[in-house]
Design a protein. Structure first.
Length: 230
């Protein structure tokens, strides 16, 4: 991709971005000129916990997984960010090391905005700065909810919530392609316990497990399970 095409792609992305859409054309073009395109292959690390936080990144194409390593050598999946999402903004803002791992879940194209350019831009565009604060607050609320779920809810309830909020591959019934290991990492449990829970639900006709897919046959039962403990 040439520099001109990269800049045009960056401008189009900024036009669609909830964070930058309110900018004028000149501000968007100025920001696009500072953003660096990067591409990553599936499974390739983008940044690691403790790395220097010198930039924030926007997902243009693909899905980026945000996770934390656990004491047992596994990972706790915090989020899977699709195109249009931002990450790395916390370390970029305070200049401290990265607070989580970021990995390309699929082939990814990113826009990287370095701290030395981002901070002056935010200072000159207070509306964007306020919008970024709103995004950060929303993520903190989700993180607090996630920690509360792990602390107070049992695994079946946590797993039910995760299944209900995941984007499905088909409208009805919902089909999810997440592996049981991934579900365990999202729910803060072990693969063995997740498998036991899913198999129990399969016997009850709530889900169907086949070919790596989890098909939700009776989402209303999962909803009742979650609602009964909230």
């Amino acid at each position: 991709m040439t520099t001109t095409r990269s800049r045009e792609s960056a401008v189009k992305f900024l036009e669609r971005s909830p964070l930058f859409a309110q900018l004028g054309d000149s501000a968007r073009h100025a920001l696009a000129a500072q953003a660096l395109p990067r591409s990553f292959s599936p499974g390739e690390p983008i940044c690691r916990l403790g790395d220097p936080g010198l930039s924030m990144m926007a997902v243009v194409v693909g899905v980026v997984r945000i996770s934390l390593p656990t004491v047992r050598g596994k990972e706790l999946i915090l989020a899977d960010l699709p195109a249009g999402e931002l990450f790395g903004e916390i370390a970029m803002l305070d200049g401290k090391p990265r607070s989580a791992n970021a990995t390309a879940l699929t082939a990814c194209d990113l826009l990287v905005l370095e701290r030395r350019n981002a901070i002056p831009f935010l200072e000159a565009n207070p509306a964007v700065c306020l919008r970024l604060m709103e995004i950060l607050c929303a993520r903190i609320r989700r993180s607090d909810e996630r920690m509360a779920d792990i602390a107070f809810f049992d695994l079946p309830t946590r797993l039910a919530k995760i299944l209900l909020i995941q984007p499905a591959k088909a409208r009805s019934p919902a089909r999810l392609s997440l592996s049981q290991t991934e579900l365990a990492e999202m729910a803060g449990g072990t693969r063995e316990n997740v498998n036991r829970c899913l198999r129990n639900w399969e016997r009850q006709g709530i889900v169907k497990l086949k070919g790596g897919w989890t098909t939700i046959l009776k989402p209303e039962i999962l909803r009742r399970l979650v609602a009964s403990l909230e």
